[in-house]
Write a protein that binds this ligand. Structure first.
Ligand code: FAD
Length: 614
């Protein structure tokens, strides 16, 4: 212990503890303060909320806005849209709940100073597409963070939460969380009456296309490390649709987004020989998924599928036709600004590869898979729905409460609700915040108790990798490989390789089957055993270690879910080669899992999908 004898333990009391100060976390803090004027609302964030989360770099569009004030769309329309895109399977109660409140959220953003572009003729927000409005969004996150900072009792930046704490008086009730300061190494014990997990989704679960010197360049933020899933999974919260990983069609090498290009600039794709190709694959796709291919808009996964098939047929690369749109100087400006506002790396890649989209049609590619709950995908925790709208099967407590008492979630954390994006995630944070305040009010004088034995044991576990390193490094004769510990980067690459090769990553053409998944689970189990011997050179590596722990647990969940669903529901996201077709008779349902940490085992079940909106 000599090395860490100066480590402090800091105790923080809270009524509402928000883990992760991204879009959903900021929404949760803001709304908890509104309803809980006298409550202690604490936010804990592993980076700094000023520039943390998937919106850190800024955005160019808010992708979820109904426009009810102008009768542009109604919440029911959004439910239909999300349901269609997810091949029939969404939690319509949760989606409706977000859609009916999201406009109010966007109006607040504007009030707080976010510049939203206006249509000069109508005066309305300028639409990029049916659901998207365009913003000058480089400072989107600092604007939202300011509101959260003003609302919070305290924001603790630079603290990585590693574990949740459970109540010692009542089983299945949350009591707080522990973590460590990534700069000072102090150990933090957060005691809480309610906890809202809003820690984003997961990149670097599957091997990325960018490896070697390009490693870290992924579409999704590299710091999104699956804590949103691992924290609840470990304490037994049920998860849903974890198999529904997302694969994105993006500009090659820079992962620049294509939304503004398709929707606003009206660019389109073609194969290497200048031909349209989606219609080539229509009959084939119909034989796999039936009528879903006829829906409008064509589901995101099916558009990926057509592109993947065309590439397999040897007619790649697929290109985005930009040369026509870019002749219009306004569109050319929008095309570049789109990247400068949120993905500068794509502009740099084009410059470095001599690609001027005015004269050359840039290549597209499909990304490695990511796990998240707020984009065109809906992995996450199984949550109780709104009192006035959710069917009985979806309601066991407070809105957005998971199957663990007092544990709430929002944004990427919550499953079954695709297409909430930045504004919907903030809105869901608000919904969870309000519900958590109600939960705290109803607790009365029976608050949860943390168990000193539990958090002291966790303290030892959390810092053990630094001890392992301090001792084991003496055995190194050269390089970085030690016989007695595993470094986080080695563990990460091993995880990515397993997921890539066995669970449907890029090198397997997103394809897997039962024998592959079985073997994947065996290898993940071996990785988990070795994770007891992680070595962390410093606090930065300690953070990497715990991020890896979270990624591994989430990956196990993804693999079990992928195994359980015996169909290919979302071709273009992944393929079960042994069950190549969509099977509505048996699998028009949600998949649910529950992890039991005592026995290190997983239980799987089905839950019904209710279509509430016609
Ligand atoms: C590349 C990309 C482009 C996108 N483009 C758009 C767009 O154009 N328009 C749009 O509306 N939406 C867009 N989105 C979606 C939007 O960014 C997300 O829906 C939204 O950020 C999700 O909110 P969240 O709070 O769940 O996660 P995040 O905003 O990612 O926040 C998660 C937070 O948790 C913190 N955290 C993680 N783990 C821990 C831990 N263990 N301890 C403490 N803190 C932790 C993180 O640091 C982060 O601050 C995009 C997303 C991505 C990835």
């Amino acid at each position: 212990m000599g090395l860490f004898s100066r480590r402090k333990t800091v105790f923080v009391d809270s009524d509402v503890l928000v883990i992760g100060g991204g879009m959903a976390g900021c929404g949760a803090v803001y709304e908890s303060r509104y309803w809980g004027r006298d409550l202690k609302v604490v936010c804990v964030e592993k980076a700094n909320i000023e520039r943390s989360g998937a919106v850190a770099q800024g955005l160019y569009a808010i992708n979820c806005y109904m426009g009810m004030q102008w009768d542009e769309n109604q919440p029911e329309d959004h439910v239909r849209y999300a349901r269609n895109d997810l091949m029939g399977l969404v939690r319509e109660d949760l989606g409706y709940d977000i859609a009916r409140h999201v406009d109010g959220t966007v109006h607040k953003f504007e009030e707080w100073g976010l510049p939203i572009m206006k249509d000069p003729e109508t005066g309305r927000y300028l639409r990029e597409g049916k659901w998207q409005i365009m913003i000058h969004g480089e400072s989107y996150k600092p604007i939202v963070a300011e509101a959260a900072r003003k609302a919070a009792t305290e924001v603790y930046n630079r603290i990585m939460v590693t574990h949740l704490l459970m109540d010692k008086t009542k089983p299945n009730r949350v009591a707080g969380a522990v973590g460590f300061n990534v700069r000072t190494g102090d150990f933090y014990v957060f005691k809480a009456k309610s906890v809202i997990v809003s820690a984003g989704g997961a990149s670097h679960i599957f091997k990325p296309r960018a490896v070697g010197e390009g490693m870290g360049r992924t579409w999704y933020a590299p710091w999104s490390s699956a804590s949103a899933y691992a924290l609840p999974i470990e304490v037994g919260a049920k998860m849903t649709q974890m198999e529904n990983r997302i694969v994105l069609t993006r500009f090659k090498d820079g992962y620049g987004p294509v939304g503004a290009y398709f929707l606003h600039l009206k660019t389109y794709t073609q194969n290497a020989y200048g031909n349209e190709y989606e219609s080539t694959w229509y009959e084939h796709t119909k034989s796999l998924v039936g009528d879903y291919v006829d829906r409008h808009p064509v589901p995101t996964c099916l558009r990926n599928h057509a592109m993947l098939e065309e590439l397999k047929a040897g007619r790649g690369p697929i290109r985005m036709v930009t040369t026509e749109a870019f002749q219009d100087p306004h569109k050319e400006t929008v095309g570049w600004e789109n990247f400068l506002g949120m993905t500068i790396g794509q502009a740099v890649v084009w410059a470095s590869q001599n690609i001027d989209p005015k004269h050359i049609n840039p290549e597209l590619t499909t990304s490695e898979p990511y796990v998240m709950g707020s984009h065109a995908t809906c992995s996450g925790a199984w949550a109780s729905g709104p009192e006035d709208y959710a069917p009985d099967d979806y309601q066991w407590g407070y809105n957005r409460m998971m199957t663990v008492d007092g544990l709430f979630g929002a944004g990427d954390t919550i499953g079954g609700t695709a297409h909430k994006f930045s504004s919907g995630s903030f809105t869901e944070g608000r919904i969870a915040g309000k519900a958590a305040v109600n939960y705290v009010a109803d607790l009365g004088n029976e608050p949860p108790q943390v168990d000193e034995q539990e958090y002291r044991a966790l303290e030892k576990t959390v810092f053990q990798p630094m001890e392992n390193y301090a001792v084991g490094r003496n055995e190194i004769v050269a390089g970085t490989v030690s016989p007695s510990y595993l470094l986080p980067i080695h563990g990460l690459q091993r995880l990515e390789k397993i997921m890539d090769e066995y669970v449907g990553g890029i090198s397997a053409h997103y394809t897997t089957n039962t024998p592959l998944l079985d073997r994947g689970l065996e290898l993940l189990e071996m990785l988990k055993e070795d994770m007891n011997h992680m070595g962390a050179e410093d606090l930065h590596q300690l953070q990497r270690t715990w991020e890896l722990h979270h990624r591994v647990l989430a990956s196990e969940s993804v693999t079990h879910h992928t195994m359980f669903r015996e169909e290919t529901r979302w071709p273009g996201y992944y393929y079960r080669a042994d069950h190549p077709k969509l099977d509505d008779d048996n699998w028009h349902c949600f998949t649910l899992s529950r992890y039991d940490r005592e026995s290190d085992s997983w239980e799987m079940e089905k839950a019904p999908v209710y279509h509430i909106v016609d």
